[in-house]
Design a protein around this ligand. Structure first.
Ligand SMILES: [Zn+2]
Length: 338
């Protein structure tokens, strides 16, 4: 459904874009499923130190840069967004330089010929980063093309990883099919969210934390997203109506983007239909703010803390609407005997 019409390799690449899934984790996982004692082999540790870890740093730089680039495109006049983009470019470049150095001649003989080819592809592809950056700099590119543009750099890195231990694609696919849609991707539509929530009786907070639905939404962002959507964390997920899907989608995206912008700069005009303008530089709206007044302009509520799915959950009981479960056949409460 989400990856229709794509090859298995593309599916894997798409699934692996989830920032929380590190290349190293994939690698270790792949070694586990194929019962290979990867770290027991002397060359494996060298490969890890000189190829896999540096490649992972580059990937994480690319992913971070993609997010910062998307924020910059959305906020072209925001000098902080511009600074963040420049800063991340430098970080990515130094990771690339490190990969080039460490994977260089002394260690390349540890790799099989396929892996060498993919490493070369990865490094060559990274040479095109500057032309993508130029388009972003000049605002000559759409959000979607930027997303896709940064994506293309990643494929050879995953192919490289794949080639090191001959992972069975089908196994990887089965494993990562369990991870959900990436919330900053175009696939994360209100309708997709609604489809995931449909029929679910779990509280919204648990639903958001469940990595098989929306990947990468941690505890903080779940609280912040629900607050932004003005939805009560204990509302059953399946009770949302289409307007709630939209509000929650926007809430998740906005919360993550504020989180991404960890420098605390103002992101004041992106996807904000809730009058939160000028408030987003505060890192948390409700998370860890128990007992403090609700930050909503026309709300007198006080932030409360409850525990949902074993996680501290902060919300405003006044303005976050508790949705009722979709009406079913009414069942009389059973009385205990005696
Ligand atoms: Zn409130």
């Amino acid at each position: 459904m989400r990856f229709r019409g794509t090859t298995i390799r593309r599916k894997i690449v798409a699934l692996l874009l989830i920032p929380l899934v590190s290349l190293t984790a994939i690698w270790v996982f792949a070694a586990t499923i194929t019962s290979r004692a990867v770290f027991g082999r002397p060359d494996a540790q060298r490969i890890a130190n000189n190829v896999v870890y540096p490649a992972e740093d580059v990937l994480s730089g690319i992913q971070q840069e993609r997010k910062v680039a998307l924020l910059y495109i959305a906020n072209s006049r925001d000098s902080q967004a511009r600074i963040a983009y420049d800063k991340q470019q430098h970080a990515t470049d130094s990771a690339i330089a490190k990969l080039r150095t460490q994977s260089g001649t002394a260690h390349i003989q540890d790799l099989n010929s396929r892996a060498r080819g993919y490493l070369a592809d990865f490094l060559t592809g990274l040479g095109n980063l500057s032309s993508l950056r130029k388009q972003v700099d000049n605002q000559q590119i759409t959000r979607e093309s930027t997303y896709d543009g940064y994506d293309t750099f990643q494929a050879p890195a995953f192919a490289l990883c794949d080639s090191l231990y001959l992972i069975d694609n089908a196994d990887l696919e089965a494993r990562f099919a369990k991870l959900g849609v990436e919330p900053l991707s175009p696939e994360f539509t209100p309708e997709a969210l609604g489809a995931m929530a449909s029929g679910r009786t779990a509280p919204l907070k648990s639903f958001l934390l469940d990595q098989s639905g929306i990947a990468g939404v941690g505890n903080i962002y779940a609280d912040e997203a629900l607050y932004r959507a003005r939805l009560h964390p204990l509302s059953p997920a399946g009770s949302m109506k289409p307007e709630h899907w939209l509000a929650l989608r926007d809430g998740v995206v906005a919360a993550l983007e504020v989180g991404i912008d960890s420098g605390g700069s103002t992101i004041d005009d992106y996807r904000d239909g809730r009058g939160e303008k000028g408030r987003m530089q505060e890192r948390f709206l409700v998370h860890t703010r128990e007992g403090q007044p609700c930050p909503g302009d026309d709300c007198d509520g006080v932030v409360e803390r409850i525990v949902v799915s074993g996680r501290s959950t902060y919300f405003c009981p006044s303005c976050q609407v508790k949705l009722r479960r979709k009406p079913k056949r009414r069942v009389k409460p059973r009385r205990s005997s005696g």
